[in-house]
Design a protein around this ligand. Structure first.
Ligand SMILES: CC(=O)[C@@H](O)[C@H](O)COP(=O)(O)O
Length: 258
C-alpha cells in the first residue's frame, strides 16, 4: 500500500495543503487527523490564522512531516524558479510543487511555461511535482523535462467541484501506468477523492475542502478514510457496469415448493 515519490516512501496517500485554516491549531489538528505524511506549503500565500514568515514555517517544521514547498501564485518561469530556490534553502529539500498560473479566473496552469520551468528546475537537481492539466501531450513533455510525478487537476483550485473530466483523467492513468499520478485541486467532498482512487490514481492533494470545512480536523479524517476506501476498492478489482441485470443468486435445479 506504500507510495514512493522520488525515492521517499510514505503510507498515507493524502497530501494536504496548509493555507487558509482558521487557526494554527486547526491546521495541526487536521494534519494529525488526516495521517498525512506530506504537506504542501506556499512561500508566497496567506498562512494559517495570520501566522506569517518564520512563525508559520516553524509551525510546519513542528508537524514532523515531509514538506513539499509550492510556487503558488507564480505567473512566470523566472518567478517560479526563484521561489523554488528560496524554498530549497528554507526547507532543505529538493522537492518542489511547481505551480505556474496561466489564467486569472480558472487558475489553470500555463502548461507552456510549466514545461520550461520543469526542465530548468530538474536540470538544477530539483524533484519536480508539476501541477498540470489532464493533457496527455503536456504530461509526456513534463516527463521528458525530468519530472517523475504528474499532478493533473481535477477542477479549478478552490472550486470544490470534484472531477470534471473523468474520461481525460482515466486516459492519463492509462497512458502513464508507471508514473505516480497525484490528482490535485478542486476536490470538494471525500467521495470525489474516492472516485479518483478508484480510477487508479496514486494519491490526492487537497487544501480548501479541509481548511474551509466547519470542522477541518474531522474533514481531514473523512478524506483520509475515503482515499483508503477508494484505493482498497481499486486494488480489489472493481466490476465494470453493465447494461442488463445479472441475477446475483444463480438458480440451480427447481425450488422444493415448485
Ligand atoms: C495548496 C495547494 O497546493 C493548492 O494550490 C492546491 O492546488 C489545492 O487546491 P484546493 O484548495 O482546491 O484543494
Amino acid at each position: 500500500m506504500a507510495l514512493t515519490l522520488y525515492g521517499t516512501t510514505v503510507c498515507s496517500r493524502l497530501l494536504l495543503g496548509t493555507a487558509r485554516y482558521p487557526s494554527p491549531q486547526d491546521l495541526s489538528a487536521a494534519v494529525r487527523q488526516s495521517g498525512t505524511e506530506i504537506v504542501t506549503v506556499s512561500l508566497r500565500r496567506e498562512t494559517a490564522g495570520g501566522r506569517t514568515g518564520g512563525a508559520f514555517f516553524e509551525l510546519i517544521r513542528e508537524l514532523g512531516v515531509h514538506v513539499l514547498p509550492n510556487t503558488a501564485g507564480c505567473h512566470t518561469v523566472s518567478e517560479a524558479v526563484l521561489t523554488a530556490k528560496m524554498a530549497r534553502d528554507l526547507f532543505r529539500t529538493n522537492w518542489i510543487k511547481l505551480e505556474l498560473i496561466g489564467h486569472q479566473d480558472t487558475l489553470q496552469p500555463d502548461v507552456f511555461q510549466l514545461v520550461e520551468a520543469a526542465k530548468i528546475l530538474s536540470d538544477d537537481g530539483f524533484e519536480v511535482f508539476p501541477y498540470t492539466t489532464d493533457d496527455l501531450v503536456v504530461g509526456e513533455r513534463l516527463l521528458r523535462a525530468g519530472c517523475q510525478v504528474l499532478m493533473p487537476w481535477c477542477a479549478p483550485i478552490g472550486s470544490a467541484m470534484g472531477p470534471q473530466n473523468i474520461p481525460a483523467l482515466r486516459s492519463m492513468r492509462a497512458e502513464f501506468p508507471e508514473v505516480p499520478l497525484i490528482v490535485d485541486a478542486g476536490m470538494g467532498r471525500p467521495s470525489h477523492a474516492t472516485t479518483m482512487m478508484e480510477l487508479g490514481y496514486d494519491a490526492v492533494l487537497l487544501n480548501t475542502a479541509v481548511s474551509g470545512a466547519g470542522d477541518p480536523a474531522t474533514m481531514a479524517r473523512a478524506f483520509a478514510l475515503a482515499i483508503e476506501a477508494g484505493k482498497l476498492g481499486h486494488d480489489a478489482g472493481l466490476l465494470e457496469p453493465r447494461d442488463m441485470a445479472v441475477p446475483s443468486t444463480p438458480l440451480i435445479g427447481k425450488g422444493v415448493f415448485a
